[in-house]
Design a protein around this ligand. Structure first.
Ligand SMILES: [Zn+2]
Length: 167
């Protein structure tokens, strides 16, 4: 149980450099795992989505694409299949709480946890703010969902490919 000892990482099986821990809050009940998987599928880099056209990066301010562009051949658009909302490459549940105390989970969330996914499917990620800001945000989110089950996941980061930019 990787998360059992807060503060002491299981170095042999703990998250690697591109890994992080998150909490998924779901309705209590036997389908909690399936519900969490459904919520997380929105953010899965492996999710298959319909091919769609996006503006090619070669399109210039005057609206013209580069006619020699190898990606779009000058059309100004290219077809992509990556999940635009991808947040992780893999997700592995490591611990589940049916009943939990706010202080217990708030401590965990303020520590190694970087993400809280609420039952509405929102992905709340630790930003660049201070530890105290994240602690307060995590505590508020948990307090708002006191009657939900919580599942801790270990995630691996998606590759920082061309999909990671603001294009
Ligand atoms: Zn192009």
């Amino acid at each position: 149980m990787v998360l059992a000892g807060r503060g002491e990482r299981a170095e042999t099986r703990g998250p690697g450099a591109g890994a992080f821990v998150g909490l998924v809050l779901v309705h209590s009940g036997p389908d909690g795992a399936g519900e969490a998987a459904r919520l997380l599928s929105w953010y899965d880099a492996r999710a298959r989505i319909a091919p769609r056209e996006v503006p090619c990066g070669c399109r210039r301010e005057d609206g013209h694409a580069d006619p020699r562009c190898p990606h779009c051949g000058g059309s100004g658009h290219r077809t992509v299949m990556e999940n635009p909302d991808a947040k992780f490459a893999s997700a592995r549940p490591v611990k589940r709480w049916q009943d939990w105390s706010l202080s217990e989970l708030a401590d965990l969330a303020a520590g190694r946890c970087r993400v809280i996914v609420t039952p509405d499917g929102e992905w709340h990620e630790r930003g660049h703010g201070s530890d105290e800001q994240w602690r307060a945000q995590a505590r508020d989110l948990l307090a708002d969902h006191a009657h939900f089950a919580a599942i801790a996941y270990e995630f691996t980061s998606p590759d920082d490919g061309e999909n990671g930019g603001m294009a």
